[in-house]
Design a protein around this ligand. Structure first.
Ligand SMILES: Nc1ncnc2c1ncn2[C@@H]1O[C@@H]2COP(=O)(O)O[C@H]2[C@H]1O
Length: 234
């Protein structure tokens, strides 16, 4: 008798969980593709399924068992997706420095289309006047930026290199060469083009990211020029 009371209670709890999750979905409190929604449905179906042991009903058992299986498949799919979207430490730095405005999945696609490379001192990343073949993102190390024979900047951790020309394949505005061993994310102009053909929104976001980086560099260069012309005038 007590056991049957317990099972009835469990059945009612299951019903409450079903109704609560459905109401949450309809009222916009819970998202249908969230883990929470699936977990509530899993708990509801397990509770109702267990409660059937007090009063067996085959069709209800079939529904609840199917609900449990579908929920478990859904949760496994969500877990696999989350795992795939995870960034390692270097990727996380890249994401936080430049790619925060991108959807997680698009940042993942972008990074999957490139590779991480170790760059030795003397290695050239761009050659002034030659088409930009790849974009680099530096993690550590250092590179110098040469316009003709003049050094115009030094770039280190967090810098993008090649962002002006990589999408348009314009001639590089400067020659960039590694001066301290660096680890870098590298994505070729070809890979970016393929990515952009498939995903126009990602291309638009990347253009924005590259423009922001270029703007910051221009502002730094202008400030330096302003400083040196003031020095010259004194
Ligand atoms: N004044 C500058 N300061 C910092 N970086 C620069 C400067 N001029 C050129 N660069 C970098 O050198 C790269 C050469 O290729 P891009 O012109 O595509 O993009 C350029 C920038 O990433």
């Amino acid at each position: 008798m007590q056991g049957s009371l317990f099972l009835d209670g469990l059945g009612l709890l299951g019903a409450a969980l079903y109704l609560g999750s459905y109401a949450g979905l309809q009222f916009g409190v819970i998202r249908g593709n969230s883990a929470l929604y699936t977990i509530l449905n899993l708990a509801a179906s397990l509770a109702v399924l267990t409660s059937l042991f007090s009063q067996w009903n085959l069709s209800s058992a079939v529904i609840q068992t199917s609900w449990v299986v579908i929920s478990l498949v859904g949760l496994t799919r969500l877990w696999l997706l989350q795992r795939r979207l995870r960034f390692d430490d270097a990727e996380q730095v890249f994401y936080e420095t430049h790619l925060g405005a991108l959807r997680h999945i698009d940042a993942r696609r972008f990074m999957d289309a490139g590779e991480w490379v170790d760059l030795a001192v003397g290695e050239g990343l761009t050659t002034e006047g030659a088409p930009v073949e790849a974009l680099f993102f530096l993690v550590g190390g250092e590179a110098r930026v040469m316009a003709g024979s003049q050094e115009v900047a030094r770039l280190g951790e967090g810098a993008l290199i090649g962002e002006f020309g990589v999408l348009t394949r314009a001639p590089a505005s400067a020659t960039v060469e590694i001066t301290r061993p660096a680890r870098a994310f590298r994505i070729t102009a070809d890979a970016l083009e393929t990515l952009g053909d498939r995903n126009g929104e990602l291309l638009r976001q990347l253009s924005f990211v590259f423009a922001l980086s270029g703007q910051a560099k221009l502002a730094t260069s202008n400030a330096r020029l302003r400083g040196s012309s003031l020095d010259a005038a004194r």
